[in-house]
Design a protein around this ligand. Structure first.
Ligand code: ADP
Length: 483
């Protein structure tokens, strides 16, 4: 198969099966965060191009909705195979634009393929109901139908897999899509267009536009042809999209910010907890919405945990993602580094102690040292705000009730984690935590088979699991009379 990074690096938008430039010819530069050098450009599209993409999706929907579930399942199986056949090339492209290590990028591309396969299977299981009728001469049937054109807006931290969770259930359900990847990492998004073409997904089913977030977002929200918006990104932007799409009463799915707590009780297996803490904190250099934002450690093991965790953090190999053995790539840009520095100086000013790291990495650019801060207190900024970087604040607690209360003291409710050896406590704490996802004695829990999503201001809807296709379907009730 193809396996050529350059084949997937499309410097154009895909609208109605054509690779095109912006009407104005304007472009956005795409930068490799590991080198600071330009990789290439993508079109800076706006309202008009987005409208054409929506119209193309709407036209394609007329025939795509009539394909059978089995046909769509087969398309998705082919798409899965094409992704896996080209895993290395897609991973290299991802690392080039996003910065994460090649190993993590391969993992992400593999996860994309896994979501596609999952929804290839789910495509055939969108069952309806035949309900016992209350009338002797009527029958009651409930069916599921694709909602129509969906629009997907995705962030830069998982530029491939965040689209997998949206494009795959859309195709599975029989919807057509307009996709806007993040401007920092557009190539992994545009690569979906090349892949869909290769496996023969009909033109207009998946359209991809890059460019002005505000203009594209406004057209998506106000255009009545779009029936659903699915967004992964910040709570701030999610709220804007919900508000703007109210005028056309669209369905919305929102995967928004998190502020994940990670609780470690005195009775936990401390080495397992450290292992879990490392993945739950430093994956993608701390730039995921399910990354731990706050560690809460019971006082009996606090000092031992901090020491072991800091040692393990120090050992992480920071470097360019494409270099062998790299575990921590650069942050996405300099703004991200400045934000991380702000969190650290705020904590230091309020009595926090940097146990390891705390500074920009000697490699320069946007590389940053894995950082552990002990003596964290609730008045520090990271208690409420998402860090999105390799900084691990460690709070101390005494009782289970106190830990759960601290963990819940946030408007977010995406992922949370806790470590304990006590079964009763495992249930009590799990039931007490107001989060959409809970890892008990596990720090890495995402999988296509399970519903990913948050409560409170972390979002609406679920991606993955059998739930992941529901938001792409409308329920239709049919009453048949005169029997
Ligand atoms: P992050 O902080 O992870 O960059 P954002 O929420 O800012 O998250 O961005 C996520 C996605 O939302 C990106 O594709 C970005 O371009 C897009 N976006 C940002 N602002 C808007 C907006 N006003 N309308 C629509 N999309 C937007």
């Amino acid at each position: 198969m193809l396996q050529k990074t350059s084949h997937f690096m499309r410097q154009a938008n895909l609208i109605d099966g054509e690779w095109v430039q912006a009407d104005s010819g304007a472009v956005i530069d795409v930068i490799n965060p590991a080198t600071g050098l330009k990789i290439g450009t993508v079109p800076k599209a706006g309202k008009a191009e987005t409208r054409r993409a929506i119209e193309a999706a709407d036209a394609a929907f007329k025939s795509f909705r009539k394909t059978s579930a089995l046909e769509r399942s087969k398309m998705l199986r082919k798409l899965h195979d094409a992704i896996m056949d080209n895993q290395d090339a897609l991973a290299e492209l991802l690392t080039m634009e996003q910065g994460k290590s090649l190993a993590e990028a391969k993992g992400e591309v593999g996860a994309s393929a896994a979501y596609v396969l999952w929804f290839a299977e789910e495509a055939r299981r969108t069952y309806g109901d035949v309900v016992p009728s209350p009338w002797a001469d009527r029958r009651v049937i409930v069916t599921k139908e694709p909602v129509g054109v969906i629009a997907a807006i995705t962030p830069w931290n998982f530029p491939s897999s965040m689209l997998a969770r949206k494009i795959a259930p859309a195709i599975a359900a029989g919807c057509t899509a307009v996709v806007k990847p993040a401007s920092q990492t557009p190539y992994s998004g545009l690569a979906w267009g090349a892949l869909c073409e290769e496996v023969g997904i009909p033109k207009g089913v998946v359209n991809i536009v890059t460019g002005s977030a505000g203009e594209i977002g406004d057209e998506i929200c106000s255009n009545p042809l779009v029936k659903k918006i699915t967004f992964t990104g910040s709570t701030e932007v999610g709220k804007i999209l919900i508000e703007k799409s109210a005028s056309t009463v669209k369905k919305v799915s929102m995967e928004l910010g998190g502020n994940a707590p990670f609780l470690i009780f005195d009775d936990a297996d401390i080495d397992r907890a450290v292992e879990g803490a490392i993945v739950a904190k430093y994956r993608n250099s701390g730039q995921t919405c399910v990354c731990t934002n706050r560690f809460f450690v019971q006082s009996g093991i606090y000092d031992r945990f901090v020491e072991k965790f800091a040692d393990a953090s120090k050992k992480l190999k920071v470097g360019p993602g494409l270099e062998d053995g790299t575990q921590q790539g650069p942050l996405i840009d300099d703004k991200a580094v400045e934000k991380v520095e702000e969190f650290i100086s705020d904590a230091q000013a309020k009595g926090g102690k940097v146990v390891t790291g705390g500074k920009r990495h000697e490699l320069g650019g946007s590389f940053f040292q894995p950082t552990v801060i002990s003596g964290a207190t609730p008045d520090m900024k990271f208690m409420k705000e998402e860090i999105f970087g390799p900084v691990a604040p460690v709070f101390r607690f005494e009782t289970e009730e106190e830990a759960v209360a601290l963990a819940n003291d946030t408007e977010f409710g995406l992922a949370c984690y806790f470590y304990t050896g006590d079964l009763g406590r495992a249930f009590r704490v799990m039931e007490g935590l107001k989060y959409g996802m809970v890892g008990i004695n596990e720090g890495l829990i995402t999988t296509p088979e399970a519903p990913f999503g948050g409560v409170k201001e972390s979002g609406i809807g679920r991606e993955g699991g059998h739930q992941g296709i529901e938001d792409y379907l409308d329920t239709k009730y049919v009453c048949i009379g005169g029997l």
